[in-house]
Design a protein around this ligand. Structure first.
Ligand SMILES: Cc1cc2nc3c(=O)[nH]c(=O)nc-3n(C[C@H](O)[C@H](O)[C@H](O)COP(=O)(O)OP(=O)(O)OC[C@H]3O[C@@H](n4cnc5c(N)ncnc54)[C@H](O)[C@@H]3O)c2cc1C
Length: 415
């Protein structure tokens, strides 16, 4: 009997919140556990893109050729703190193994149907009124300073077109008609018209949290210490404030998920891929579209409260102190494509850790040793994009609907 089944959702980031709202709406009794305010961790400071075009993994074939160059530049888009390398080695080895064309295409087969439905899934979950407030589907504009990266990006666009992702090449002279603040040094652009952005990721989480509460969901402000087997196949959710027995538990605790599912046969190969943002409250320019800086690999997004510069990847361990220089270089790089942008004095800086898998696919499915524990984490660069899609996949699992064959590639025991 579906009604009355009690489900615990562990983690109230954008992924856990979307799952909690969806399950509650389907009639389950849902308890959502998090010691932190909803959406306040990785989900709060991301680049806010809904990346319907991001169908390939990060481990693009040939990427390894540019990695040494990137690593030699401490201000570049990728940095590794070498003392963490031994621990990261299994992750990097697996990452490199995913950089063959065969794997790239296999992963695109899995990701394409998920990311291309992401906007529709969000609008279904939050409804048309909140959807119009929180999302813009105006496109994502890549811009390029170098002909070489521009040509490379056009090859990516041709690959994406095979999976039904449309794009348009924008000649240099038309870029400033689209976005008057862009500089004159750009050699061209690529527009992905079906992509878009969230106008405020924190407001999205708050909206989901309040929909969950008003819909009758129960929010427990506690950290889950452990999941254990309860009587008759139930799950014991152990917190500092005591234990709760539930029928099923969904682990959606982002980068903090692996220890909770390890006892149930899941070796979750996650790396804390840290990224930074700088949000300019008074940016001195206005933008209509989010812009991806194709050469420097970061994003400039117009939010309801300013302009956010976000991106870069830093492998430095989960708990190392932030290197705020990584935020500051985003503004320096932004000025090379938007000469008038400014506002560092009133800007805020932020760092967060993407829960990244070596194949860029999230980990979604039942754990091998306890089918009543479901994984829903590891969303890497796509957690905001895939939050509502993940909620649909998890609801299908909980409701035992359909064969779920589409998510075989996401299974938790694949590493
Ligand atoms: C710089 C940067 C830019 C990004 N840009 C984009 C983008 O443009 N588009 C996109 O789609 N994605 C983007 N991402 C990725 C995206 O932000 C993440 O994939 C997403 O936020 C992950 O959401 P989550 O809910 O899994 O994790 P989180 O938001 O980290 O939430 C996990 C929650 O679990 C809680 N928790 C942890 N342990 C426990 C426990 N034991 N018990 C109870 N609760 C627990 C935490 O307190 C937290 O609230 C970006 C990330 C970064 C860093």
């Amino acid at each position: 009997m579906r009604l009355g089944k009690h489900i615990a959702v562990i983690g109230a980031g954008v992924v856990g919140l979307a799952i909690a709202v969806k399950l509650r709406r389907e009639g389950y009794r849902v308890s959502l556990f998090d010691a932190e305010p909803p959406g306040s961790q990785t989900s709060s400071g991301n680049a806010a893109l809904i990346m319907t075009a991001q169908i390939g993994p990060l481990s693009a074939p040939g990427l390894w050729r540019s990695v040494p160059g990137m690593l030699s530049d401490p201000n570049g888009p990728l940095v590794v703190d070498w003392k963490h390398l031994p621990r990261l080695m299994p992750w990097f080895v697996r990452f490199l193994r995913n950089s063959t064309w065969k794997r790239y295409e296999e992963i695109a087969e899995t990701l394409a149907p998920l990311v291309t439905r992401s906007f529709d899934s969000w609008l279904t979950l939050v409804g048309p009124h909140e959807g119009a407030r929180l999302f813009r589907r105006d496109g994502l504009l890549y811009v390029f300073k170098s002909q070489k990266t521009f040509r490379g990006a056009q090859k990516d666009a041709n690959f994406r077109a095979r999976y039904g992702v449309p794009s348009e090449v924008i000649p240099a002279e038309e870029l400033r008609q689209m976005e008057p603040s862009l500089g004159g040094n750009l050699v061209g652009g690529l527009l992905y018209p079906d992509s878009g952005h969230c106008t405020d990721p924190v407001a999205l989480s708050n909206t989901l949290a309040s929909a969950f509460r008003t819909g009758g969901g129960e929010f427990k402000r506690s950290k889950v210490r452990q999941l254990a087997v309860g009587p008759n196949g139930t799950v014991r959710v152990v917190t500092d404030e005591g234990e709760v027995i539930v029928d099923e538990a969904v682990v959606a605790a982002g980068i903090w998920s692996p220890p909770l599912v390890k006892p149930f046969g899941v070796r979750a190969l996650l790396a804390a891929e840290r990224g930074y943002n700088m949000t300019l409250r008074d940016p001195q320019i206005s933008l209509r579209l989010p812009i991806c800086a194709g050469d420097d690999k970061f994003v400039i997004t117009p939010l309801s409260n300013g302009i956010r510069l976000a991106g870069t990847a830093e492998f430095a361990g989960l708990n190392a102190p932030p290197n705020w220089r990584r935020s500051d270089i985003l503004l320096e790089a932004a000025k090379t494509i938007l000469p008038e942008i400014d506002g560092a004095e009133t800007a805020t800086r932020w760092m967060g850790a993407r829960p990244s898998t070596p194949d860029s696919l999230p980990i979604i499915g039942r754990t091998p040793k306890n089918p009543n524990i479901i994984c829903a984490f590891g969303h890497s660069h796509l957690g905001l994009t895939l939050g509502a899609v993940t909620a649909e996949l998890v609801a299908d699992l909980v409701g035992r609907r359909g064969p779920n064959t589409g998510i075989a590639a996401l299974r938790p025991d694949r590493f």
